[in-house]
Design a protein around this ligand. Structure first.
Ligand code: CP
Length: 309
């Protein structure tokens, strides 16, 4: 299948077969990453600019390394040292980067829709690296890749997403991707952070941790997004931990082969204890490793590369 999209803005607008073609292509790039020589010439002569206006460790480094492994030139834009601080608009900033021959703009921004806006005013490929509480499509893709790799399938799996769903772009991208590929998604957390509207996206809503994880094949834990909450959404972190945090004791309620995921950064001792985050059921670091292959696949396909069959 040939890839015809110019941008990767969200998973909501992708067809299931498009998602699967990214995952198949990522599998090939993961194999490349296990070779002695890990670099391929696919993006030689192209320029990738990481335009991160919000903090990031995993996504920023992963996109940078993905572009390097594809032989692109990579520029890491530093928002704090840029003319955004002098009042330059996002549009002007991005158009100036394009005037310097940027072929790809990878954008993370606190405003939902910022990547979609740039895609309308730029000729460059735009990739959403997280826009507010809207979507984080490459995180959703790397989570799907990790589930497929560890479970061998996605269709029919029971996936429990626990935590701050309301403010989570990771939750939204996971919900779109998982439901498009036929998984059954349960959302769990305090009612203030898991509002009933999410049922319209085809999810089951549950406010009891034990019930949410009992039949789960995959448990995906999310951080409390304090930076996006405008008011206190629950009485205290201690209470949140007591009701929705996962430790070895709580994990006993889950299936023996259930895997534990987390997009990071982890707040240890809040949504998950170290014994679980670092335990044998955890695939958290595997998610990070897989993120590199997925982002290589995304850049390669957007540049016109042929999808793996
Ligand atoms: N998962 C994720 O987006 O992590 P970063 O914020 O460190 O990029």
């Amino acid at each position: 299948m040939s890839w015809t999209r110019k941008h990767l803005l969200d998973l909501q607008s992708l067809e299931p077969e498009e998602i699967l073609s990214i995952l198949r292509t990522a599998r090939e790039f993961k194999a490349v990453g296990e070779r002695h020589i890990k670099k391929v010439p696919s993006l030689r002569g192209k320029t990738v600019i990481n335009l991160f206006i919000e903090p990031s460790t995993r996504t920023r480094i992963s996109f940078e390394l993905a572009a390097v492994r594809l032989s692109a030139d990579v520029i890491d834009f530093t928002a704090e040292a840029s003319s955004l601080r002098k009042g330059e608009s996002l549009k002007d900033t991005a158009r100036n980067l394009e005037a310097l021959n940027a072929d790809f703009i990878i954008i993370r921004h606190r405003a939902a829709g910022a990547p979609h806006f740039l895609s309308r005013v730029l000729d460059a490929h735009v990739v959403n690296a997280g826009d507010g509480a809207h979507e984080h499509p490459t995180q959703g893709l790397l989570d799907l890749f990790t589930i497929l790799e560890t479970k061998g399938r996605i269709e029919g799996l029971q996936v429990a997403i626990i935590g701050d769903i309301r403010y989570s772009r990771v939750a939204r991208s996971n919900i779109w991707g998982l439901t498009k590929l036929g998984a059954n998604v349960t959302l769990c957390g305090p009612p203030t952070l898991v509002p009933p509207e999410f049922e319209k996206l085809g999810c089951r809503i549950c406010h009891n941790l034990h019930d949410a994880i009992r039949d789960a094949d995959v448990i995906n834990l999310l951080r409390i997004q304090h930076e996006r909450q405008r008011r206190a959404m629950f009485p205290s972190l201690g209470e949140y931990r007591a009701l929705f945090g996962i430790n070895t004791e709580q994990l006993k309620a889950a299936r023996p082969d259930a895997t534990v995921m987390h997009p990071g950064p982890i707040n240890r001792g809040v949504e998950v204890d170290s014994e679980v985050a670092d335990g044998e059921r955890s695939v958290i670091l595997r998610q990070v490793t897989n993120g590199l292959a997925v982002r290589m696949a995304v850049l390669y396909l957007l540049s016109g590369g042929a999808a793996a069959a």
